[in-house]
Design a protein. Sequence first.
Length: 550
Amino acid sequence: MRAFSREGLLELAGPRSFDRGVSYVPAVEGLSTDGTTVRGTVTGTHAYQVALTPRRSGMSWECDCPWAEDGNFCKHCVALGLVYLSTVEHGAALPTTAASPDTRAFLESLQHAELVDLLLAAADTDEALGLRLEARAISAAATASGGGVRMAVLRDFVDRALRIDGFVEYREAREYAETVSHVADELERLVEDGLHDAAEELARYAIGRLGEYMPLTDDSAGHVGDAAQHILEAHVEACAKAGPDPVGLAEWLLDRQLNGSGVPELLLESYVEALGEAGLEHYGDRLADIRADSPSGDRGSRFLMTEFARVSGDVDLFVRVCSQDQDGVYYAGIVDALCSAGREGEALEWAERGLAEREGRPDERLMDHVVGAYRAAGRWEDLRRVRWEAFERSLDVETYRSLREDGAAEEWPQVRVQALAVLRRSAARRSIRHFPCSLVEVLLSEGSGDEAWEAAVEHGCDDGQWLKIAALREDDHPRDSLGVYVSQASRLVARADTALYPRAAELARKAHGLYERIGTAEDAAEFVAGLRREHRRKRRFLAELDGVGL
C-alpha cells in the first residue's frame, strides 16, 4: 500500500477527532487489505465499516457514521489507520482480500436508464433514500417552474418524513435524527435555490410537526434535538431572505415558545433581524398581554419576558420581571444586567438587598459583587461586617476563612475568639454526634490538633474528621491516635463490605506501629493476633492484612 503516517491522520482529523480516535483503537476488528485499501470494523454507538485508501494527492476514506458521511475524517478512520500503522510497524501479517471493484467506474459505465433503474430499486428498500430522492425531485420541479411548487406537496413530504407510528426507543433515536437532518438538508436546498418563501413556510410547518412527535421520542442522547436545531437554522436563514410578515412571525414564534415541545429551542435573539422593530414591538406587547391575563405568571412566560428585555435592551423591564418572580427575586441576574448597563450603584444596592433577604448560605455571586465593590471603595468596615454576617448564617470553613482573609490582622485574635465561640454554641446544639462538626473542621483547617481533639471529644464528629485529628496527634499523643485507629478499623471490618477491607487493614497497620511505639512488641503482636482471631472467617480481610505486612 501507499504509505501514510500518524502525522497525516492528525492533519486530516484535527486534534479533537484524532484524540477520540486513539480511544477507539481497541474497538477495531477485522483489519484487512487488498494492497490498495485497508478495511475494518470499528464498534462505537454502532458497528461502522471503515475503509482508507492512500493516494498521491492525499487520502480517500469511507465510513458510514454521520460525521464521515458529511465529508469529515472521523474518529473511526483515525482508529483504523492507527491500528494498521501499528500492525505494519510490528511486522505482523495482515489478512488480504481480493481487490474490491471500482464502484464509481462501474456506475460511470452504465447507461442513464440503467442508473435510474438501479437507484429506484435501491430507494424501494431504503425509505430514507426514497424520501431524499423525492425531496430533490420536488425541489427541482419547483426551480424549473420558477418557484411554482404546491405547498401541499411539500407538506406531504415533511409529514411522511417526520411521522412516527410508535414510540421511538433510545437506540432508534439516532436513525430518526438522521431523517430529521435530511429534512433540514432539503430546506437548506430550497433556500439555496432561491425558493425563500416556500422554505420559510415549510420550515415553520416542519418545526410544528416535529414538536408533535418529540414526546414520542426517547432523545436522551440529544441526537434528535441536534438535528432539529438544523431545521431551526434553515428557518432563520429563510426568514432573513424571505422577509415574512413580522407581526405574523412574532405571533407564530410566541405560540411555539409557549405551547411547543421545546425542540428545537426557539430563542428570540435568533429572529431579531427577521422581526425588525415592528415584529419585536408586537412580540413584547403580546407577551405583556399574556402575562397580564395570568397575574401569577408562569415560568415559561417569565423567562420569555426576561429574554425580550435582554434582547431589546430594556434593563428596567428586566429588573421588574426578575423582581416579581413568585419563586424569589433573581438578584444575581438583576445585578449582572445593571452592571452591563453601567449602573454600578444600583447593582450594589440590589446585591446588598439580596444578601440581606436570603436565608442560609449567601449567594456567592452576590457576595463576590459586594465584596469587590467594598474593596474598590475602601469600605473596610462594611466589608468585615458583611463577612461576619455571612459567617453567622453559614458556619463552615469557607466563610471562616473569608472572615480571616478580609479582617484586619491586628483584630484577628479577638475576632477568632468570637467566631469560635459562635461555632461552639452551634456545636453544643448538635443532636447527632457522628455527623461532621463545623467547629472541628475549622480547627483542623488551622492545624490546631489539640483544640480539634477537645472539640471532637465534647461535641463529636464524623469518622473522616476523627482520622484527620489522629494524624495530627500521632507524634505528641500516640495513645489518642491509637484509640482512633483501632476503633475505626474495627468499625470498617464490622460493616462486612469487602471494598472497605483495604482501608481497615491500613488503619490496623498504623495502630500496630503505634502499639510498638508506646508499648512492646508483644502488645503489637497480640493486637494483630486478636484481630485475626476475631475476623478469622473474613478471608478477604485476612488477605489485606497479609498485604500490609500483618
